[in-house]
Design a protein around this ligand. Structure first.
Ligand code: 9PG
Length: 781
C-alpha cells in the first residue's frame, strides 16, 4: 500500500499504514498521530534562533523566528529518501524579516513515523548569525495537543547523556536531573546544550517520551554531519510544557542568498515505549551508513588489571594463558600505559623496552587480532607533540590552549585537546593510523574522544565542532586502512554514528559495585563501578547492532583483588553476556579460579543478538533484557539494581510464550517446574541477577539447558535428532575448549537426560538411552 497524500485548501495530510501526518499551511503546523487519530502530537512549529550565538551550556543568545505562512507546496508520491522510498511534501515557508524556510516532510508506507528536514534561507540583504535550528518546537495551546495513553503523571522522558560515559536515564516529569559539575561539564556534557535542571530535561541526539509499556514518542536526529543536536522537554509533575528538537550551529553566519540545513529529524510513535530508542537508532544507523560488523567480537584488555603500569610481559603472559585456556577470544588489546606520554603514541614507555611491533607480532602469532588504545585528540602539555606543534592545540577565545580534562592517572594530569581543522592535525592523525597499522594493530580503541568535539576557537572557524570531530576520525581511519576495527570510547555518541564498528556505551566498570565518592565529585553516576556501567548497558541496549556493536565495558571475573561479591560478579557477567555486544575480559587470567574461568568460557563467543529491553523501574533504569531466538525460545535476564530484595514474577505471555514453557535456571543449572502464563520466582536479592532459558514445550526432542555457555543451548546446539526409540544424535558446535553438561528432553523419556560432554570446537555423538536415564561421560577427547 502506498502513502495517500491528501491536499486540502489549508492543509496537506499523509496517510501511511501505521501513522498519519498533517501539515497545516497557514500558519505552518505539524502533527503526527496513529491512524485512529487518538494518540499523537499536534500543532508543532518549525523555528530557528537568529542574530545570536550558541553559548556553552546555556541558552543560545538570539531571537526565535518561526516558520509561518506556506508559500509554495510540492507533493511527490514516491521518492527515494535516506530511509527508503517515501512520499514527500516540500514547503517554502515565510519567516519574515528577510528569512524563509524550506521544510520537507517524508513518510514511507510502513513507517511508524516521519522524517523532517528544515533549511533556513537568507532572502534579505544582510548577513545573519544563526545560533540554532529547531525543526520541531511544540508547546501546548490552541490546536497544539499531546495525547499519549496512560496517566500523565506516569510519563517518562529518556535523557541520553552526551558521550559514552555519561549516564542515560528515564526521568519522571518534575524530577531533578543530575547534570555534571561545572569542572567536568566539558567531559560529560555536550558543549552547547543547556544545562538540565528541574523542569527542563535535555537528551542528546534523541529521546523518547511516554508511559512505560504503552505507546510513546520516538524523537531523534538521524543525520549527524555538521551540528550537535538534542531534545529538550519543559515539564513539571504531570505536565509537559514543551518539546523541542534543536541543533546548535557552533556560530554560523548566513550571507544574503545563502541557506543552512538542519540535521534531519525522526518523529515516530513507538508501541511500546521501550522500543522507541531502537526505532530511532535503526534509522539513524541506516542514514549514516553505520558500519556494523556481522559478528560481535570478544577480547582481552589490559586496563582493569594493570592500569597505566602495564608492561609488555603482562600482555605476553595473558596471551599464553588465553591459548592454554582455549578461550576463543578475537582480540588482545593493550590499553593506556604503553606510551611515553599522552600524544607521543609511537614512543614506548619503559615497560615496553622492545617497542610495540614484537608484541603485536606475538599476539597475532597466537591467533588473535592485536588491539591498541589511543586518545587521538589529546596531548599532554609536556608531550613532544604539544611542544613541537603548539599550533595543533585547540584554543579558547583568548587564544590559550584549552584544557580538555584533568586525569589523575596521568603525569601532570592536565591534557590539551587537538584541533582537527588544522591541516597538520588531520595529516598527523592519518599518519598515526598508518603507523599503528604498520606496527600490526588492526583494532583501535579510540578514547577520550569528546575532546575532538569541544567548543573552541578552531583553526578553521567555519567548521563546527561535530564536523571537526568527524574529520579527525575519518583521517585516522584513512591512515589505518581497510579492515580496521574502530572502537569508540568517551565518545560523543550522536556525532559518532557511522564512524565506528564498536562503541562504549557506559562509564568504566570496576571491581566494586558502586562508587559514591566519585559520583558525588562528578555530579552524575559515572564513577567507575559495576552498577554504573550496567545501568547504561540496560538503558542503551537498543543501540546495539543498529548504530554499532555496543561495548558494555569489560567483565572482571577475579575473586581478588575485588570488592565485588560472588553475586555481583555473576550479575556483571550475565548482563555483559546478554547485552550481546563485545565481551572483553580484563583480568590476569592465571589469577582466576577454575570456577571463574568456567564463567569466562560461558560468555564466549558473544551471543551476538540484540536483546529487547524491559521498562524502566526505580532509579530510571530498565532491569530486564530479553533475547528472542527464531525457534520461539528466549533468554531472560533480570537484575536487582536496588538495595532491597525484590519480588520476581515473570509474565511469559508478554514474552510471546503463550503455552506451556520449559524453564532452565541458568545459574542453578537445573530445570524448574513447567510453567504457563505467570511464573512466580520468589525474591531476588539486592545486586543479584536471575537468568532463565525459556523454551516452548512442544514435546519434541530439545536441548533444555547447558552449562557450556550462558546461552544454555541457544548458541551451541547445531542439531538434535531422534534416531529410533531411546536414541538420539546430538551435534554441538562452540569454539574453544569445552566441557560441561547438556540437558536434553527426549519424547520417550520422562526425566531430563543430562549428558557430560568435553570437546574442542565441535561434537557429534549418538546417545543410547537403553533404559538408562543418565548416560555416563560422552567425550571426543
Ligand atoms: C585508560 C582508561 C580506559 C577506560 C576508559 C577511560 O575522567 N577521567 O579522568 C577518566 C579517566 C579514565 C577513564 C575515564 C575517565 O577511563 O573508559 O576503559 O581505557 O580510559 O586511561
Amino acid at each position: 500500500m502506498a502513502v495517500t497524500v491528501k491536499r486540502e485548501e489549508s492543509s496537506v495530510s499523509l496517510f501511511g499504514e501505521r501513522v498519519r501526518a498533517r501539515l497545516e499551511l497557514a500558519p505552518l503546523r505539524l502533527s503526527l498521530s496513529d491512524p485512529s487519530g487518538e494518540v499523537g502530537i499536534w500543532g508543532a512549529r518549525v523555528a530557528a534562533l537568529v542574530d545570536g550565538k550558541p553559548r556553552p551550556n546555556a541558552e543560545p543568545s538570539g531571537t526565535r523566528v518561526v516558520a509561518s505562512l506556506v508559500r509554495d507546496l510540492a507533493c511527490e508520491d514516491d521518492v527515494e529518501t535516506p530511509l527508503g522510498r517515501a512520499a514527500r511534501v516540500r514547503a517554502r515557508v515565510a519567516v519574515g524579516d528577510g528569512l524563509e524556510m524550506g521544510v520537507a516532510l517524508e513518510l514511507g508506507s510502513d513507517w511508524p513515523g516521519v522524517s523532517l528536514a528544515v533549511e533556513l534561507h537568507n532572502t534579505g540583504d544582510r548577513t545573519r548569525d544563526v545560533a540554532a535550528l529547531e525543526p520541531f518546537l511544540w508547546e501546548p495551546g490552541a490546536g497544539a495537543r499531546l495525547a499519549l495513553p496512560g496517566d500523565a503523571r506516569a510519563l517518562r522522558f529518556l535523557a541520553l547523556g552526551h558521550q559514552s560515559w555519561s549516564p542515560a536515564r528515564w526521568l519522571r516529569l518534575g524530577e531533578k536531573p543530575r547534570p555534571p559539575r561545572r569542572m567536568l561539564r566539558r567531559v560529560y556534557a555536550s558543549p552547547f546544550a543547556p544545562r538540565p535542571r528541574r523542569g527542563r530535561f535535555v537528551s542528546e541526539s534523541a529521546s523518547a517520551l511516554g508511559q512505560p509499556e504503552r505507546t510513546g514518542l520516538s524523537l531523534g536526529f538521524t543525520s549527524h554531519s555538521r551540528f550537535l543536536s538534542w531534545i529538550e522537554l519543559a515539564n513539571e509533575p504531570g505536565r509537559v510544557h514543551g518539546l523541542t528538537a534543536r541543533c546548535a550551529t557552533d556560530g554560523e553566519s548566513l550571507a544574503p542568498g545563502a541557506a543552512l540545513a538542519s540535521e534531519r529529524l525522526w518523529l515516530g510513535l513507538s508501541a511500546p515505549l521501550e522500543q522507541a530508542l531502537g526505532q530511532w537508532a535503526e534509522r539513524a544507523g541506516r542514514e549514516m551508513s553505520a558500519p556494523v560488523p556481522a559478528r560481535a567480537l570478544s577480547g582481552w584488555c589490559s586496563w582493569y588489571r594493570f592500569g597505566t603500569g602495564v608492561r609488555a610481559e603482562d600482555v605476553s603472559r595473558n596471551v599464553r594463558a588465553l591459548r592454554t585456556l582455549g578461550a576463543p577470544v578475537d582480540v588482545v588489546q593493550i590499553d593506556d600505559g604503553f606510551q611515553s606520554a599522552i600524544g607521543d603514541w609511537l614512543a614506548p614507555a619503559p615497560g615496553f623496552p622492545e617497542g610495540l611491533a614484537p608484541l603485536a607480532r606475538e599476539i597475532r602469532a597466537a591467533g588473535f587480532r592485536a588491539g591498541l588504545w589511543l586518545a587521538p585528540f589529546l596531548a599532554a602539555p609536556r608531550s613532544r607533540l604539544a611542544q613541537v606543534h603548539p599550533e595543533f592545540l585547540l584554543r579558547d577565545a583568548r587564544g590559550k590552549p584549552l584544557t580538555a580534562l584533568w586525569n589523575p592517572d596521568w603525569p601532570g594530569a592536565r591534557c590539551f585537546a587537538l584541533d582537527a581543522t588544522h591541516p597538520g592535525v588531520e595529516a598527523w592523525l592519518e599518519s598515526l593510523g598508518r603507523e599503528v597499522r604498520a606496527l600490526g594493530f588492526d583494532y583501535l580503541k579510540l578514547d577520550f574522544l569528546f575532546a575532538g568535539a569541544l567548543a573552541g576557537a578552531r583553526h578553521d572557524p567555519r567548521v563546527p565542532a561535530l564536523a571537526a570531530y568527524r574529520r579527525g576520525i575519518a583521517a585516522l581511519r584513512r591512515g589505518a586502512g581497510p579492515g580496521v576495527f574502530l572502537l569508540g570510547c568517551g565518545a560523543p555518541l550522536g556525532a559518532s554514528i557511522g564512524l565506528f564498528e564498536g562503541m562504549r556505551i557506559g562509564p568504566d566498570v570496576a571491581a566494586r559495585w558502586t562508587n559514591p565518592i566519585f559520583d558525588r565529585l562528578v555530579g552524575v553516576e559515572a564513577g567507575a563501578s559495576a552498577r554504573n556501567a550496567l545501568a547504561n548497558v540496560f538503558a542503551r541496549a537498543p543501540l546495539h547492532q543498529r548504530l554499532w556493536l555496543n561495548d558494555p565495558d569489560c567483565v572482571l571475573l577475579r575473586e581478588a583483588p575485588s570488592k565485588l561479591s560472588d553475586t555481583e560478579v555473576r550479575t556483571l557477567a550475565a548482563a555483559v553476556a546478554l547485552a550481546g555486544g563485545l565481551v572483553v575480559v580484563s583480568d590476569e587470567l592465571a589469577e582466576l579460579s577454575p570456577e571463574r574461568r568456567a564463567w569466562l568460557m560461558r560468555m564466549l563467543p558473544s551471543l551476538g543478538h540484540a536483546p529487547a529491553v524491559g521498562p524502566a523501574r526505580g532509579g530510571g533504569v530498565p532491569d530486564e533484557l530479553v533475547t528472542r531466538f527464531d525457534d520461539g525460545s528466549a533468554l531472560w535476564l533480570r537484575v536487582n539494581f536496588g538495595e532491597r530484595p525484590e519480588r520476581l514474577d515473570l509474565d511469559l505471555r508478554a514474552l510471546g510464550l503463550r503455552g506451556a514453557t520449559r524453564v532452565w535456571d541458568v545459574f542453578a543449572e537445573r530445570e524448574l517446574e513447567r510453567a504457563s502464563g505467570e511464573l512466580s520466582l520468589g525474591n531476588l536479592a539486592p545486586h543479584a541477577a536471575r537468568l532463565l532459558r525459556l523454551i516452548p514445550d512442544d514435546g519434541a526432542a530439545r536441548v533444555i539447558g547447558s552449562t557450556l555457555h550462558f546461552a544454555s543451548g541457544a548458541l551451541e546446539v547445531e542439531s538434535l535428532a531422534l534416531e529410533g526409540p531411546g536414541a538420539a544424535r546430538l551435534k554441538l558446535r562452540l569454539p574453544g575448549a569445552r566441557s560441561g553438561e547438556v540437558a536434553l528432553a527426549l519424547p520417550s523419556v520422562a526425566r531430563l537426560v543430562r549428558v557430560h560432554v568435553a570437546f574442542d570446537e565441535a561434537l557429534d555423538v549418538r546417545i543410547q538411552l537403553g533404559g538408562v536415564v543418565n548416560p555416563s561421560e560422552i567425550s571426543d577427547r
